[in-house]
Design a protein around this ligand. Structure first.
Ligand SMILES: N[C@@H](CCC(=O)N[C@@H](CS)C(=O)NCC(=O)O)C(=O)O
Length: 203
């Protein structure tokens, strides 16, 4: 199996976090690729027509994407135990969806500023993405702290990846302000070996 990845991608980090937590990081080959919506660069478009990473190429079946499909597959393949049984499963998947939405909005802001020329950029559109992030983080603070403190699952790992990406690409955004519980949880969670082994790096 080969994982197309990039050390700056929060979605790829979520997948790599799963592999580290399962003790399986060395069982999957990795290839670093890069690109964005206006230039696919080295993205594996031959196996993922959407030209996005992460993407998992397999020897015995079609390539898998997106990150939620890959993590589910890897968990089943390696017996990872990162997906609890229902009804908690649906909470976990919703937490993952919330964190993925934060990542998506944060990545889109980066693309808006990097991929578009100055006159083409929309401040209102960027502000709209920021509002989504703000709302989602406040919901994490207000409603999800007991889940976040209740043991590692795919939703918890996704939150770790999302918050790490905000610090990495949006260092001026003080998401910790007024979110003391989430900030305190993150300060502890980031010390996990899996989080330390996957800290984002500019390619
Ligand atoms: N929903 C997808 C999102 C993946 C995604 O947006 N990845 C970014 C890198 S962080 C990407 O490949 N962007 C290239 C593009 O949009 O063309 C997933 O969970 O895997």
């Amino acid at each position: 199996m080969k994982l197309y990845t990039n050390p700056a991608s929060p979605f790829a980090r979520k997948v790599r976090l799963c592999l580290h937590e399962m003790g399986r990081i060395d069982d999957v080959e990795t290839e670093v690729v890069a690109g964005h919506p206006t230039d696919p660069g080295t993205m594996p478009v031959g196996v993922n027509p959407l030209g996005k990473l992460p993407c998992l190429a397999r020897d015995d079946g079609p390539a898998l994407y997106d990150s939620r499909v890959i993590t589910r597959f890897l968990d089943e393949h390696f017996g990872g135990g990162l997906y609890p049984a229902p009804p908690r499963l649906y909470e976990t998947l919703t937490l993952e969806a919330t964190a993925d939405g934060v990542m998506e909005a944060a990545v889109l802001i980066v693309y808006e500023t990097r991929s578009r020329k100055e006159g083409e950029r929309s401040e209102a559109w960027v502000a709209g993405q920021r509002v989504k992030i703000d709302r989602a983080l406040s919901v994490l603070e207000d409603r999800w702290m007991s889940h976040l403190k209740g043991g590692v699952d795919i939703g918890v790992l996704a939150v770790g990846a999302a918050l790490g990406y905000l610090d990495f690409r949006h260092p001026d955004y003080d998401w910790r302000a007024d979110r003391a519980a989430l900030a305190s949880w993150e300060a502890s969670f980031v010390q996990r070996p899996s989080m330390q082994a996957t800290l984002p790096v500019a390619p």
